[in-house]
Write a protein that binds this ligand. Structure first.
Ligand code: NAP
Length: 249
């Protein structure tokens, strides 16, 4: 358990899945967590789980949402110790079907929003000698068809992570990424499948994981809690796999 008492964290995409689990874990460990997403009802439900969680509803690709998050943090807490750039995903299709609008939507969320949020959070993160965690993916190093936008974007996330770790080392700011494998969240729900087809689809994916089963959002939250703890004080610039050995293949 990390001692996060009186720390303040922003977790983008905290309305479901991995971001929600990270926010809940940070709150359990004593931090105040601000979650961000487009679905206000889902944010409200997540925030109801712990009184130390608050939320800002909005699309993180929009400059005004980033500004609203930082205004909320300054007004409500006056400090920021942890930024988790978690919101992400993109269209799944081969290059033969890709449009430049698909590319824009992928890179606006997975890369531009992550950079924009970091730029705006950095003054407070530097003041607190805090932590940044970016959500990468096993896909940044292990290629699969139809995922070039996602895997290209996550490869960029890896290198932003490493270079920021170098640039911010002298400020005492640590920057790391977590590279999940297959974690059981909404992103694995293929629209339009029957329950039987969905199970078959998920079983097929699980069969390709060396552990033979999906991880949970809490598995990722455990790694996030370690990375922001004092036990990780000498850890920066790393891309940490949490993937049931998928990345070892
Ligand atoms: N699950 C996996 O197997 C896996 C594997 C590798 C990497 N990852 C990475 O882990 C991260 C979290 O994914 P997840 O699996 O937890 O998926 P998820 O349950 O679908 O969560 C995605 C979160 O991002 C938010 N989000 C999406 N677009 C947004 C936008 N434009 N503005 C604000 N928030 C936005 C969503 O909130 P709203 O819908 O409310 O906007 C949601 O809270 C992503 O970066 C993903 O690439 C996941």
């Amino acid at each position: 358990m990390a001692d996060l008492k009186d720390k303040v964290a922003v977790v983008t995409g905290g309305s479901s899945g991995i971001g929600r689990a990270i926010a809940l874990r940070f709150a359990k460990d004593g931090a105040h967590a601000v979650i961000v997403g487009r679905r206000e009802e889902a944010l409200r439900e997540a925030a109801a789980e712990d009184e130390k969680i608050s939320y800002v509803a909005g699309d993180i690709t929009k400059n005004e949402t980033v500004a609203a998050v930082m205004a909320h943090v300054r007004d409500k807490y006056g400090r920021l110790d942890i930024l988790v750039n978690n919101a992400g995903w993109c269209p799944v299709k081969p290059i033969t079907e890709m449009t430049i609008a698909d590319y824009d939507s992928a890179f606006e969320l997975d890369v531009r929003a992550l950079v924009n949020m970091t730029i705006h959070a950095l003054p407070l993160i530097r003041s607190s000698r805090g932590n940044i965690i970016n959500l990468s993916s096993v896909g940044s190093t292990h290629r699969a068809k139809n995922l070039s936008m996602y895997q290209g974007a996550k490869a960029a996330v890896d290198n932003f992570t490493r270079v920021w770790a170098l640039e911010l080392a002298s400020d005492g700011v640590r920057v790391n990424a977590i590279a999940p494998g297959a974690i059981s969240t909404n992103i694995w729900n293929v629209p339009g499948l029957s329950a039987e087809e969905a199970k078959k689809h998920q079983d097929g994916i699980a069969a390709g994981i060396p552990f033979g089963y999906f991880g949970t959002p809490e598995d990722i939250a455990n790694m996030a809690a370690f990375l922001v703890s004092d036990e990780a004080r000498y850890v920066s610039g790393g891309i940490f796999a949490v993937d049931g050995a998928m990345g070892a293949v």
